[in-house]
Design a protein around this ligand. Structure first.
Ligand code: SF4
Ligand code: SF4
Ligand code: SF4
Length: 338
């Protein structure tokens, strides 16, 4: 990023905008606790609709590049999300994708397994708790009178990441991002105020290594003969979970969370996104499994035996692309339309 001073102000302007989100990312920022006071000592919050009563008109009234730093969380799912993301880009000097949804599509990005029609049919039609005899579905246009209609925000078929829409300066992954990365915003703000050299554009905040590098469990490079359920398995708390047959995404996931799930003996689900040098987290993990799933007389297995072996993987996309489907090489399911 630029080494020149990007602002002469004594206090920055900070915005926190959103797409499709569970707001866990907002909560994670609030969890800064006392450090939140330090953050607001460095920056005035000019837009954060989850927490304060900001309107979109407040954002639109700001000048181009008037916001110094924007954190954007959530997946882009609707025309409204797209509009807000584009406005935030225009008004911000530094735009940061914050959280796995904004960085890689996140959990809402699993919508790419279906499409808008299927979602509407399920939510407004087939759902047993819905009484909708008149078949009323959300409209994209609202008729004001016979000559005039307005377009309403509407859902896209495909969920997108922020960078698929606009240029993004930095990425802070995690679902939600780990506290130590959120705290890293404070020195970043000081650097912006002081005119220090900022990290290179496109930097992903987090470790430059994979999660396995920061995991303290003992690795013995053992092959596995079957995949087991982490909930029912009897786990050795000292040994690598993957080597015990539990699907752990550590080998293909960026470190930086201090192995917070492994520390409570839950396998990594991959929320920090692809590890450094990894383009597609799911493909790399499938390849990793293929190389450690060593079975005696592998070449003599029948199709049924292979199927039984792989039946330990209950949900392929949900396991390997839980947080990254929109960012994957094959980023959506396509149905042949007749
Ligand atoms: S990254 Fe996780 S915590 Fe943040 S909005 Fe998405 S689902 Fe919620
Ligand atoms: S695979 Fe999981 S449990 Fe094993 S070393 Fe890596 S992060 Fe730790
Ligand atoms: S261990 Fe994995 S799933 Fe858990 S916080 Fe870290 S990266 Fe995310």
């Amino acid at each position: 990023m630029e080494s020149k001073k990007i602002t002469d102000k004594k206090k920055l302007k900070l915005a926190i905008g959103l797409g499709s989100t569970c707001s866990g990312c907002d909560i994670a920022i609030l969890d800064l606790g006392v450090k939140l006071l330090e953050l607001i000592g460095l920056a005035d919050i000019v837009f954060w609709p989850t927490v304060f009563d900001f309107k979109y008109s407040d954002l639109k009234e700001l000048g181009d590049k008037e916001i110094d730093i924007t954190l954007h969380h959530g997946t882009i799912r609707t025309t409204e999300h797209e509009e807000i993301a584009r406005i935030l880009r225009k008004k911000s000097k530094v735009l940061i994708a914050f959280g796995s949804c904004s960085c890689f599509g996140g959990i809402p990005g699993l919508c790419n397994l279906t499409d808008k029609k299927q979602i509407f049919d399920a939510v407004y039609g087939e759902n047993l708790s819905v009484a909708n005899k008149e078949n009323i579905f959300p409209e994209e246009k609202l008729l004001i009178n016979k000559n005039k209609s307005i377009t309403l925000p509407h859902l896209f078929d495909t969920g997108k990441t922020l960078k698929q829409l606009v240029e993004v300066d930095y990425f802070i992954p995690g679902c939600p991002p780990p506290m130590q990365l959120i705290e890293g915003l404070i020195p970043l703000m000081k650097d912006v105020l002081g005119g220090a050299q900022l990290p290179e554009k496109g930097t992903v905040f987090g470790s430059k290594k994979t999660l396995c590098d920061e995991c303290t469990l003992k690795k013995e490079n053992k092959m596995i003969s079957k995949i087991v359920n982490p909930v029912t398995a009897i786990v050795d708390p000292e040994r690598c979970l993957l080597e015990q047959g539990i699907l752990c995404m550590g080998p293909v996931t960026r470190g930086g969370c201090e192995a917070r799930c492994i520390n409570v003996l839950m396998p990594c689900r991959g929320c920090m996104g692809p590890g450094p040098e990894t383009e597609d987290q799911g493909v790399k993990m499938i390849s990793a499994i293929a190389s450690i799933l060593g079975v005696k007389d592998e070449e003599n297995l029948t199709d049924q035996q292979i199927e039984d072996l792989l039946s330990g993987i209950k949900d392929i996309v949900g396991t390997f692309y839980r947080f990254t489907l929109p960012d994957a090489l094959l980023n959506r399911k396509v149905k042949e339309r007749r």
